[in-house]
Design a protein around this ligand. Sequence first.
Ligand code: U2P
Length: 273
Amino acid sequence: MAYLPNKIVLFALQILALFIASFSIPGICGRAVVEAHKQREFDYFLLALQWSGTVCQRTHHCCSSNACCRGSNAPTGFTIHGLWPDYNDGTWPACCTHSDFDIKEISTLRNTLEKYWPSLSCSSASTCHGGKGLFWAHEWEKHGTCSFPVVRDEYEYFLTTLNVYFKYNVTAVLAEAGYLPSNSEKYPLGGIISAIQNAFHSTPLLVCSHGAIEELRLCFHKDFKPRDCVIGSSIEVDGLSSKSSCPIYVSLPAHVSLGPENGESPVPVATSK
Ligand code: U2P
């Protein structure tokens, strides 16, 4: 008769283990879907672009890992944040396999990545299994590993992202529509969204910080045809919603030169009206 209680205790332990495992993925997951077992295949891709002028405004001390500190060679316009596989309900998978980032895999892409997918921060990024690493390591381990079966390895993840970034050149589309980096102008958010809609026939998502565009996110079907982005469970029809962090008029800050590569404090440059 001792057999039955033992079985019940074992069952209870198994439930407890599953419960603990479901909270065991490190804190980089945000609203990511955290599961103890294999995460289901994603629904679409999101290409997240960061506006370097806005992000670089936050740099107060220079370091070699931060591209904002490259003086006149610092990035301008949008650089890549990441290619993120997402679910239609507004959540996303994260840290899907134990495929640790290996810089050697992307050595042939290194120069292009430094230019168009640079880190705009001095701090190292968290990786999936409790460590710290390069910005690229963070993006590959957190998002790239969940891009299967469309993207199957690290090299393919970075190459695919670069190709999509070059094909859908948001900085050029905005410049053509008259939305140029400026430290004095404000532009209508609706006009910026319309310029993207006209060029790519899809609606982007915008993220702002203190009235300046910080991120622009483009969404794609799994075959990389553009599609509308989603917020939560509802499709963003016009890119504007109560959840938008952007005001009706937004700025696209011009790069402010951050002290020469020797690590000095930021030195603002004069900008024309
Ligand atoms: O938006 C804040 C951070 O949440 C993560 N994110 C957001 C939207 C989305 O569709 N997928 C996603 O992963 C991003 O985290 P990161 O890659 O920067 O760690 C985003 O910065």
